[in-house]
Every structure is written in structure tokens, then in C-alpha cells.
Design a protein around this ligand. Structure first.
Ligand code: ATP
Length: 589
């Protein structure tokens, strides 16, 4: 029962709505039994020779009204149960979305987008059938079945006992079926989770799969996951089907007992025709009642299983937010002996540095040295394992996430755009911005001209993850979004991908606009962009090995100097075409 309380708590007045649904559906079930009694009365009156117009009208009226009321109460009952179900679903989805905001990216990545999609869409949607139908209809059908049985006993105890003879066998079979199914259920759920993750990956990686012609036959993880799903589902089905088949045979068998014995009793004079007919009718009616009750039995384990998966997400440990709700005056950032590992191996080791408000600092180093990780720790996508990160002298964990993120614009390598209009994508930077403000920022980020060249201008839908735009266009839109946010700190994780020279210049101009008057941390891949930085930190395997201005580091002749030389040589690389023409080819540092 605890599980119901938990589930209903997502809907305002959940228990009251369920109460109303159960009462109305029960009344509806009871109304559905009345016509049987009316038929009994008809036969009774015919035999007695007392059936007149008045009786016909009265009994006919009762049957008609009860059928009418059965449908009306059923309609209202289902209306309440659906109101409860969909309010609950909405409450669950809201909570799941809020929960993701409070989890570290590490936790979110462990789930994978396939599993999260399954929880948000399927697991929560599955609750609808349980909440709107199985539970209220199950309860009302139990009451309907009990009423039918009482009436059957009233009609004839012997026939009642005969018709109930098969019920215990049916109940045992249902129990065996559920037990066999439940033991296989967790494997089935696990395989379904794995398949969902693989399907999402398969679709997201479609470009790569096509380029390397890796269809489903060679994308082995995908193939294995769908095979496993088939095997576990069939395994689950096979374990239950024999009981289902037996159950299907046993249940209608009650009439096979009641019919010959009923006729015998009638011929022997121990039962009258009206009660005999009533017994036959009730015996036949009990089957469907029982079937609907059986539907209700797996609702408990199903609800528990499905809610457990949803609850698992709700109960994930959250990033603990601080109470500091206002921004600090200074935008200094400091790392104090920070050590961090995504899994077991340290990615950053004892990293310390300090920035001053309004300064530009840069991080350079080999791929995988830990540069982007620095950005992700400042934004609290993950939390440090040792040491601390401060903003204006305060540990960033003391801020509420809203206050922290208010102070930071993070333009990451992943220029994610939502599948909506360009206007709305830029407005994410500041939801209160007017259209004119958005356009102004787009101009500063050098995207206004290309946007106006599109048939629908700012109302152009950018497609899934912005795939209707070029890489450079996406990048400039994300910069416009960052400028609109206007935070005192800008973290810029430079994209490693090369764009053409024209785009490159436009992006640089856009960035210059973003950086005016801010504290800037650049994760640099093109060393030419950071020669003016106030301080450059060189990272090697998660440790800061050198730091200083560009000039100071060049003089030191250490690893930065080497990187700079390599970068310069690469940037000067020229390609000679077959015709002997020389073409510049940009190489990222
Ligand atoms: N989500 C993650 N889970 C586990 N390991 C990760 C994760 N993200 C990054 N890493 C690992 O952490 C290390 C540092 O990664 P990071 O992205 O910080 O490097 P980087 O210096 O920014 O590299 P690049 O210049 O190629 O972008 C790498 O070894 C990487 O494999």
C-alpha cells in the first residue's frame, strides 16, 4: 500500500481521485448485474402468469435505467481515474526533469540517454494503464465478482459451489503464472534498458555508421542487445504461456459443471426455472469478472517494478547546493590543490591557480591533459574529490546552482542547439530578453547576416541538435547565446574542429564581443588566440607543469615553447596541388 501512497503523492488530491474512481466504477459494476436479476423476475412472472404491461414497463425501465447508470458511472469513474493517472504522470515527469538539474553530469552519463528516455517516456507512460484501469477496474471487479457470487448462492447453493469449483484452480494457475513471470522480469527489464541505450547510440551515430558501412549486422552491440531483448522477452513469455493456456481452458469449464447438474436439479424439482436461468447467467458472468481481476493482480508487482526504476532516479544522490543566492562582487576564480577523477584514475592532480577579475587566462596542453575537465569542475558538472574551487573567495559549493550559473557563461565544444527556432535558441541565454535584444546580440556575434539570409530568418527551425546549420553557424549562435547571458565570467572551451578561414575570423570577432570586460578562462587549442593572455597554464597529464605569459613561457624554452613551435610549423603548412597551385590549409593546434 506504501507504493500507492508514493505514486498518488504526485497528483494533487491523488487518493481522493482514486477513491471517487473506485466508488463510481464499483457502482457501475453493480448496475451491470441488475439486468440479470430483471431477467430472473421476468421469467418468474411469466411462469406465475402475472406478467402484465405494468410489470413489463417497470422491469424494462429498471433494466434500461441500470444500463444507462452503468455507463454514466463508468464514464465518470474512468474520467477520475484518467485525471489521476495523467496528473500523476505529469508530476513524475516534472520531478524527473527537476532531478536531472540537480544531478552531476557523471550520474547522468551513467544512465545514458536511452535509459533516461525509457524512464521519462515509457516507464512513466506504463503507469497510465495501471493507474487509470488496472487498479480502479480491478477493485470494482472484485466487488462485482463477490456480489455475483452472493447472488449465485442466493439462487442455489449447490450450483454456486459447482461454478466456484474451478476458481481455486484458476487462482493457483494465475499465481504460478505470476511467479514464473516475476522471476524473469528483472532480466527482461535489464535487456530492455540495454536495447534502448544501444538504439539511441545507433541513431545518434548514424553518420559514422553510414560512412564506415557498419549496418546492424556489424554493429555488434546493437545486434546483441536486440537479440537479448528478444530472448529474455520470449523466455518470460514461455515461462507463463502454459499457465495462460491452462487458465484459458479451466475458466469457462465452470459452465460445463453447472449446466448438466442444473438441468438434473430442475428435472428433480429441487430448483425452479427462474433461479436455474439466473444461475446459468451468473456463472457465465463470473468469468469476465474474474479475468479483469486477474489483470489487476500483476498490477501490484508491475507498479512496484516500474516505480522502482523511476524512484531509483529520484533517489540518486544530488549535488549539494549551497545557500548563497547572490553573486559575489569579485569574479576571481581559484583552484586550491584540486584533485579529481571521473572513475578511478586521477585526471587532475593537485591543481592550483588563481585568476583576477577581468583577466584572461588560458589552459594549454596535449589532448586528454585535463583542460576541459577544469571547465566542467567550475560549472559543477562534477565535484572535486580533493581541494576546492573558489569564486570571489567562496567555495563554489556554497552557492546555489542558480547563483553560480548566473555568474558563468560556458561556451563549450559541444555547440548544442535545441530543435526550435534560432530566436529561441539564442534567448536561452536570457529568457527575459526581447526580440530586439536577441537580434542585437546576434549582430554582435556575427550571425545576423546569415540568419537574415534564411527564408524564415530568426524563426528558422534549426533541426535536431541544430543539424540544419553549418558547424561555424552553430558555433556563432552559441556565442550569441553566451553574450546574451552577460555573466562576469566566461569559460571558453575552443572547438577543436577547423572551419574555413572566413568562418574562423567571424568566430574570433564574435568571441571578442563575448569577452569584453569579463574574467575569461580559455581552453585553448589554437595557440595564436591566447598570446595576449595574462597567464597561460600548461597542463600535462593532469598537472600544471608551467605557467606565465606567452613571452615568459617562450623564454623558458619548456614544453610550451615546443608546442608553440609545432603550432607555428603546422599553421604554416602548405599544400601544393597537382597543378602546382599553392593553397593554405588551416591546421588546428
Ligand atoms: N565523462 C568522462 N568520463 C570518464 N573519463 C573522462 C570523461 N571526460 C573526460 N575523461 C577523461 O579525462 C581525461 C581528460 O579529459 P579532458 O576532456 O579534460 O581533456 P582535454 O585536455 O580537454 O582534451 P582535448 O584537448 O582533447 O579536449 C581524458 O583522459 C579523458 O579520457
Amino acid at each position: 500500500m506504501n507504493i500507492f501512497k508514493k505514486v498518488y503523492s504526485f497528483a494533487e488530491k491523488g487518493t481522493a481521485l482514486m477513491g471517487r474512481a473506485v466508488i463510481l466504477l464499483t457502482i457501475s459494476t453493480l448496475f451491470s448485474i441488475i439486468p440479470y436479476y430483471v431477467i430472473y423476475q421476468f421469467i418468474h412472472l411469466i411462469i406465475e402468469g402475472k406478467l402484465g404491461v405494468e410489470q413489463i414497463l417497470t422491469l424494462g425501465g429498471i433494466a434500461l435505467i441500470s444500463l444507462l447508470l452503468k455507463n454514466i458511472t463508468n464514464e465518470f469513474g474512468l474520467r477520475y481515474s484518467h485525471e489521476l493517472a495523467y496528473t500523476t504522470l505529469m508530476g513524475m515527469r516534472k520531478k524527473a526533469a527537476e532531478k536531472l538539474m540537480k544531478l552531476s553530469m557523471g550520474k547522468i552519463n551513467v544512465y545514458g540517454s536511452g535509459e533516461l528516455k525509457k524512464i521519462f517516456v515509457e516507464n512513466i507512460e506504463d503507469m497510465e494503464l495501471i493507474l487509470a484501469h488496472a487498479i480502479p477496474e480491478g477493485v470494482s471487479n472484485i466487488i462485482g465478482m463477490i456480489t455475483g457470487i452472493i447472488l449465485l448462492f442466493w439462487a442455489d447453493v449447490r450450483l454456486a459451489l459447482l461454478s466456484l469449483l474451478v476458481l481455486p484452480i484458476g487462482i493457483i494457475l494465475v499465481g504460478m503464472m505470476s511467479r514464473a513471470g516475476i522471476s524473469k522480469l528483472s532480466k527482461y527489464y535489464q535487456s530492455s534498458k540495454e536495447m534502448n541505450n544501444q538504439i539511441v547510440q545507433y541513431i545518434r551515430g548514424m553518420e559514422v555508421i553510414k560512412i564506415f558501412t557498419r549496418g546492424d549486422t556489424s554493429f555488434s552491440k546493437y545486434r546483441i542487445s536486440i537479440e537479448n531483448y528478444k530472448n529474455f522477452t520470449l523466455d518470460w513469455y514461455r515461462s507463463s504461456w502454459k499457465y495462460m493456456a491452462m487458465y484459458g481452458v479451466v475458466l469457462p469449464a465452470s459452465i460445463a459443471f453447472v449446466l448438466p447438474f442444473g438441468v438434473l436439479f430442475y428435472l428433480g424439482g429441487s430448483i425452479l426455472l427462474p433461479k436455474l436461468v439466473l444461475s446459468f447467467m451468473l456463472c457465465l458472468a463470473l468469468g469476465p469478472f474474474f479475468n479483469r481481476v486477474v489483470m489487476f493482480i500483476p498490477a501490484f508487482p508491475n507498479l512496484t517494478q516500474k516505480f522502482k526504476r523511476i524512484e531509483g532516479l529520484y533517489e540518486e544522490e544530488e549535488l549539494v547546493e549551497g545557500k548563497q543566492n547572490t553573486a559575489v562582487k569579485s569574479a576571481d576564480i581559484a583552484f586550491e590543490h584540486v584533485t579529481f577523477a571521473y572513475q578511478s584514475a586521477d585526471v587532475l592532480r593537485d591543481v592550483s591557480f588563481q585568476t583576477r577579475s577581468g583577466s584572461l587566462i588560458a589552459f594549454v596542453g596535449e589532448s586528454g591533459a585535463g583542460k576541459s575537465t577544469i571547465a566542467k569542475l567550475i560549472t559543477r558538472f562534477w565535484d572535486v574529490d580533493k581541494g576546492r574551487i573558489t569564486l570571489g573567495g567562496r567555495d563554489i559549493r556554497e552557492f546555489s546552482m542558480e547563483a553560480l550559473m548566473e555568474q558563468i557563461s560556458y561556451v563549450s565544444q559541444d555547440n548544442f542547439l535545441f530543435n526550435t527556432t534560432i530566436m529561441e535558441n539564442i534567448r536561452i541565454g536570457n529568457p527575459k530578453a526581447t526580440d530586439d535584444e536577441v537580434i542585437e546580440m546576434a549582430k554582435r556575434a556575427k550571425c545576423h547576416d546569415f540568419i537574415m539570409g534564411l527564408p524564415k530568418g530568426y524563426e528558422t527551425e534549426v533541426g535536431d541538435s541544430g543539424d540544419r546549420l553549418s558547424g561555424g553557424q552553430r558555433q556563432r549562435i552559441t556565442i550569441a547565446r553566451g553574450i546574451l547571458k552577460n555573466s562576469p565570467i566566461v569559460i571558453l572551451d575552443e572547438a577543436t574542429s577547423c572551419t574555413d578561414a572566413e568562418n574562423e575570423d567571424l568566430i574570433q570577432e564574435a568571441l571578442n564581443q563575448l569577452l569584453i570586460g569579463k574574467t575569461v578562462l580559455v581552453i585553448a587549442h589554437r595557440l595564436s588566440t591566447i598570446t595576449k593572455a595574462d597567464e597561460i597554464f600548461v597542463l600535462d597529464k593532469g598537472e600544471i607543469t608551467e605557467h606565465g605569459t606567452h613571452e615568459e613561457l617562450i623564454k623558458k624554452s619548456g614544453s610550451y615553447k615546443k608546442m608553440w613551435n609545432t603550432y607555428q610549423n603546422a599553421s604554416g603548412f602548405e599544400y601544393t596541388s597537382k597543378e602546382g597551385e599553392e593553397k593554405d590549409v588551416k591546421i588546428c593546434g
